[in-house]
Design a binder for this molecule. Structure first.
Ligand SMILES: Nc1nc2c(ncn2[C@@H]2O[C@H](COP(=O)(O)OP(=O)(O)OP(=O)(O)O)[C@@H](O)[C@H]2O)c(=O)[nH]1
Length: 397
């Protein structure tokens, strides 16, 4: 019987050991689980990283869209909407100056302020007129046109006894309008023979905004339903052709370019030749404008024009001038007009300049109309010049 007793005792001891063992093992497992959990959590937390990257992709698109929006001067470049197709839909040329007028007014409100000061003075004496005249001159209207305007305004205010600010402002408006000359033909000459494109040469000193203007103009012409080709005849600066090609990609226009340092005339020739073969409506040729010597410039631009005209007549030579350069810009303009027949002026950077009066001076000086104005760096920031809108803009209306 003894052995039965010992078997029972052994069984009890075994059962107790098994019970303790499983309690211990269960506890260990929990500890291991517990120590593992943070790692698993961090792994789970790490998982969204690729997802985040994937989610980042549209943000990258947004960034580029924002870049475009920023370049266009859109007020909220950080907008996160995916690239909207309308971003690339060109704006109708007619509505541009209306939209851009605020920018013009923002830059030129010194004129409106000077007029307000003039009219609010208790007594308009010589000093008051002198201040007003100084403001007109500082807006680059030029000494002679300013003298004419002030003289005429003084006389009319005196003769007609005008003291009402509204009436005085409309008088100033009509005087300014007379100086800007609304009667000038500001249309871009795009006449061309069948089988030949219209050719537009864009000239000017580097940095004035030539390439940008070619890009914006291409966009405007495309908006108008025309087929366009760019010619990168600024072969002097390596990046210039690249810059124009980028603009072309942006506005849906192909660019004909040559090797760096190639003869600008041969690139212009090739562009017009391509234009003929493809049957495009307009070839816009961007040129280099180093003001090294007048003779060098004459040789280069003269040659470009002569060579191109073996293929098709050049209908427009647009001179691009930076409005912020004032008298310097006028001096450059004179040099260019001596070497090539300018048919129109593009005044750029008027958005950052209180020098709207330069329009009057440059037209008088060169005897050619301002046809376009640049009011920003964006694709749609070029507007056909309209005398009425312009004067309203610089008067802050
Ligand atoms: N604010 C403003 N900037 C402009 C305007 N037009 C051009 N720009 C800027 O002026 C700078 C020079 O423009 P470009 O088009 O490169 O000038 P460019 O005459 O072709 O000069 P090169 O490329 O050196 O031959 C760029 O930063 C343009 O974005 C404008 O109407 N307003």
């Amino acid at each position: 019987m003894d052995w039965i007793f010992w078997v029972i005792i052994g069984g009890i001891v075994l059962a107790v050991l098994v019970a303790f063992g499983s309690i211990y093992l269960g506890k260990r497992r929990n500890e291991v689980e517990a120590s593992r959990t943070p790692a698993v959590e961090s792994a789970v937390a790490a998982e969204p990283a690729p997802v985040e990257q994937a989610a980042d992709e549209p943000v990258e698109t947004d960034a580029s869209a924002a870049g475009i929006a920023e370049a266009e001067g859109a007020p909220e470049p950080a907008a996160t909407a995916p690239q909207a197709p309308e971003l690339e839909r060109p704006e109708a040329p007619e509505s541009r100056l209306v939209r851009l007028r605020r920018r013009l007014a923002g830059s030129n409100n010194s004129l409106a302020r000077a007029l307000a000061d003039l009219l609010s003075a208790d007594r308009i004496d010589d000093d008051t007129w002198d201040d007003f005249e100084a403001t007109l001159i500082s807006s680059d209207l030029g000494v002679a046109p300013t003298g004419e305007l002030v003289e005429s305004l003084r006389q009319k205010l005196r003769v007609e006894g005008i003291s009402d600010p509204g009436q005085a402002k409309s008088l100033l408006r009509s005087e300014l309008l007379g100086l800007v000359d609304p009667g000038l033909d500001r249309g871009l000459n795009l006449d061309h023979e069948p089988g030949q494109p219209a050719v537009v040469l864009v000239v000017g000193v580097n940095g004035t905004g030539k390439t940008t203007t070619v890009g914006k103009l291409g966009r405007m012409l495309v908006a108008d339903g025309r087929s366009v080709l760019f010619g990168a005849a600024d072969t002097f600066r390596a990046a210039a052709a690249e810059q124009l090609t980028t603009w072309g990609d942006r506005v849906g226009v192909e660019t004909v370019r040559g090797e760096e340092g190639a003869d600008p005339a041969s690139v212009a020739f090739a562009a017009v030749d391509q234009g003929i073969q493809r049957g495009v409506d307009v070839v816009l040729v961007d040129t280099a404008g180093r003001l090294h010597t007048k003779v060098g410039l004459m040789d280069e631009l003269g040659k470009v024009k002569r060579v191109v005209e073996k293929k098709a007549p050049v209908g427009e030579v647009l001179l691009v001038l930076d409005a912020t350069t004032g008298q310097n810009g006028l001096t450059q303009a004179r040099v260019f007009s001596e070497v090539v027949d300018i048919t129109g002026i593009v005044l750029t950077k008027l958005d950052g300049s209180a020098k709207g009066g330069i329009v009057v001076q440059v037209q008088r000086d060169l005897g050619v109309p301002v046809k376009f104005i640049g009011l920003g760096e964006g694709v749609d920031d070029l507007a056909p010049f309209d005398a009425d809108q312009f004067v309203d803009g610089i008067l802050g209306d």
